[in-house]
Design a binder for this molecule. Structure first.
Ligand code: ZN
Length: 159
């Protein structure tokens, strides 16, 4: 199977059988964003505790790229440290905008690599990034609402 074809299959699989689809009852982060250029909608709910994403779910509708991206994202970030989540969001953004991101290649992760081809369609970058943008904004709101010192981040010192 050609690589492009494999990537297509991965996207379609996530689109048809989305992972973590739904709305968390006990979420402490909840945000909905839309991509007016394509009509994509993502409602993201997360439960964040002790600097970790304990649970995550997404609801919404839209094109294959936007929904597959949300599905892959929720799978990756569940159980992940918030700091790591931010790094991954940056790597993913680099991947879909430029077509290469060393950190992603190093992981040899087909689910992420599947979005590499999006870079050839600049209007679709917004589709691929919608879930990640929702995630980053949601986390930011959460931190403003619940500021707390982070031990591993000396610059975030706070009394
Ligand atoms: Zn779209």
């Amino acid at each position: 199977m050609a690589l492009d074809q494999l990537y297509q299959e991965i996207l379609l699989d996530h689109y048809k059988q989305p992972r973590n689809k739904g709305v968390l009852d006990d979420a402490n982060v909840r945000l909905e964003l839309k991509n007016p250029f394509c009509g994509d909608e993502i409602l993201l709910t997360l439960r964040v505790a002790d600097g970790f994403v304990e649970d995550v779910a997404f609801a919404g509708s839209g094109c294959v790229i936007s929904q597959a991206s949300a599905s892959v994202m929720t799978e990756k970030i569940k159980g992940m440290r918030v700091a790591q989540v931010r790094e991954m969001a940056e790597q993913f953004s680099e991947l879909v905008k430029t077509g290469h991101a060393e950190a992603v290649s190093a992981q040899e992760d087909d689910d992420l690599e599947a979005f590499r081809g999006v870079c050839e369609f600049p209007t679709r970058v917004k589709c691929a990034m919608l879930a990640w943008r929702t995630l980053l904004q949601g986390l930011e709101h959460h931190e403003h609402a619940h500021p707390h010192p982070v031990a591993s981040n000396p610059s975030g010192a706070q009394k």
